[in-house]
Ligand binder design. Structure first.
Ligand code: ATP
Length: 269
């Protein structure tokens, strides 16, 4: 099957604590949601339904995939991960049959999380989406999401950078019960993410001392960009035979990230 859309994906060792910069209320809401999923009987007693679907939306590289992985790990679920584009096909019925197979496989390995990144490619507004094939694929997704008891122990998580593109029918409660905005991190969030990505790396004293300033001066950077800063700096240090990441390595990595982005400048702290 194209892009392994129906196979379980190994989960990295990740918890919610490995994701920096998430707003406090959001973390709290996620914890609450997880406790409902973990103890659905108790939730039913107090009149709450376990969620079936969660939508994560926000700019690229803010940790939506990490979040889906951490949720799956937290509830001990098998993880089925694919991208919306893996379901877009020229031949009518192929995408729909992939959606069906994905859900069928997940139902054999409950509890399971089905994660679809770039879900806009699969669940985009119907009139703009166009085409019989994509219409059929979306209809099949809606049918599978409405699977009733068949979906017990299945949590669907979708991620997108373009929430505005999604079809209303897809977003209906019962299909998507919770929607979380995963924003670009603020200064405090960037500092948390820097901590996460420097853990286990050796840094020169002056680099350690400059991390607060780095957090302040990297407004607009995503978690992925901050992570790649230290990855690039680390590689350069190793290449040059240095044990610790030095200021030159970090400056080099910052320049690279800024050059790689069309809209990025380092702002004055
Ligand atoms: P996209 O929208 O492009 O699919 P995404 O929001 O799903 O991106 P991830 O794939 O979760 O982003 O992030 C990519 C990598 O960036 C992660 O593996 C991690 O190393 C780093 N990263 C991103 N966000 C965070 C964060 N909030 N905290 C820590 N690391 C992060």
């Amino acid at each position: 099957m194209k892009n392994g859309t129906s196979k379980a994906t190994p989960l990295p060792e990740i918890t919610l604590d490995d994701i920096g910069g998430l707003p406090e209320e959001m973390k709290e809401e996620i914890h609450q949601t997880l406790s409902i999923i973990k103890d659905p009987k108790r939730a039913t007693q107090v009149g709450i339904q376990a969620p079936k679907g969660i939508l994560l939306y926000g700019p690229p590289g803010t940790g939506k995939t990490l979040l889906a992985q951490a949720i799956a790990r937290e509830i001990g679920a098998t993880f089925y991960s694919s991208s919306g584009s893996a379901f877009t096909e020229l031949f009518v019925g192929v995408g729909a049959s992939r959606v069906r197979t994905l859900f069928q496989n997940a139902r054999k390995h409950r509890p399971a999380v089905i994660f679809i990144d770039e879900v806009d490619a699969l669940a985009g507004k119907r009139k703009e989406h166009g085409g019989e094939e994509s219409e059929k694929t979306l209809t099949e997704l809606l049918v599978q999401l409405d699977g009733g008891n068949d979906n017990e122990g299945i949590l669907f998580i979708a991620a997108t950078n373009r929430k505005d593109m999604l079809d209303e029918a897809f977003l209906r409660p019962g299909r998507i019960d919770y929607t979380f905005n995963v924003p670009l991190p603020d200064t405090h969030g960037r500092r948390e993410i820097i901590d996460i990505h420097t853990k286990g790396r050796l840094l020169a004293e002056e680099v350690y001392a400059s991390l607060d300033v780095l957090a302040e001066s990297t407004s607009g950077f995503s978690g992925a960009e901050l992570g790649s800063l230290f990855e690039t700096a680390s590689k350069r240090a190793i290449r040059d035979g240095r044990e610790k990441i030095g200021k030159g390595d970090l400056d080099f990595a910052i320049d690279r990230t800024i050059l790689g982005s069309t809209s990025r400048t380092l702002n004055d702290p």
